[in-house]
Design a protein around this ligand. Structure first.
Ligand SMILES: [Zn+2]
Length: 264
């Protein structure tokens, strides 16, 4: 009895903690500042990076994200998610900026084997948005005053610098271990609720490991802003064990068909 109750208590305390962190963040960076800053950063990111010109792939990824976003509204309603594929086959990464702008590189789409792996990555990014991690992290790094000024004003230089640190080769691990854990918890929940096999999170990590071995020069680019640490892998394994061996969909054929243009 005691053994069975422990994970439940642990889960409760973690989600309570997440809610408190979300509220604290909201007290620091207002919803409006987050949305305004997000819009300006998104314009910068889309200048610095090249959005993929393939409308079918863009529409497909948006369609994969829609039900995940729907699930996330239980934890954070009112976010208008904007999902964009960036054209860079060398980057195996994805990132979210304040306000619900989520980006994934064509390199990640090429590296993934099925829709469940893509959905897992996107659910993790949405988890960061739900937790307001990007807004909180930028507030800690740049100060709330500057963020508010940037959200209101026209200052370009700082925005460019900020966008460059979030995207492309400049993207590094910038979230805390707590942020990563929280994004994994939200992501796992949404992925399972959408009927995907949550083991896809682990198979994607395994693939990154194999790629690292075969292409050491690209090492720093593999999911650089969300490093799959042993701690993350252990947590995901624990969540899978707790959820039971229920399986779920992978949608391999559909994924391969919809992203075929990237593999030519
Ligand atoms: Zn992350």
């Amino acid at each position: 009895m005691r053994i069975a109750a422990f994970p439940l208590i642990l889960a409760l305390s973690l989600s309570d903690c997440a809610a408190v962190r979300q509220q604290l963040g909201l007290a620091l960076v207002t919803e409006q500042t987050e949305v305004d800053l997000g819009r300006k950063l998104a314009a910068q990111v889309e200048k610095q990076e090249k959005p993929l010109a393939d409308a079918r792939v863009q529409a497909y990824v948006r369609q994969v994200v829609a039900p995940i976003a729907q699930q996330s509204f239980r934890d954070r309603p009112g976010v208008e998610y904007q999902v964009t594929v960036i054209d860079d086959p060398k980057q195996i990464n994805a990132f979210a900026i304040p306000g619900g702008y989520v980006y994934v590189y064509s390199g990640l789409l090429k590296a993934a084997s099925n829709e469940a792996e893509l959905a897992g990555v996107m659910a993790h990014e949405i988890g960061h948005v739900v937790g307001r991690h990007s807004a909180n992290q930028l507030a800690a790094q740049y100060g709330i005053e500057l963020l508010t000024q940037l959200a209101l004003g026209e200052e370009g230089g700082q925005l460019r610098e900020m966008a460059a640190s979030l995207a492309g080769a400049g993207a590094m691990a910038r979230f805390s271990r707590d942020d990563e854990r929280e994004a994994d918890e939200y992501g796992f929940k949404y992925l399972a609720a959408c009927g995907y096999d949550p083991r896809a999170l682990l198979t994607f990590f395994t693939k990154l490991e194999q790629l690292e071995k075969s292409r050491p020069s690209d090492l720093e680019r593999l999911f650089a802003s969300h490093p799959p640490t042993p701690e993350r892998i252990a947590l995901i394994e624990k969540m899978i064990a707790k959820a039971g061996a229920s399986g779920g969909k992978l949608e391999r054929d559909k994924f391969v068909k919809e992203t075929a243009s990237l593999r030519r």
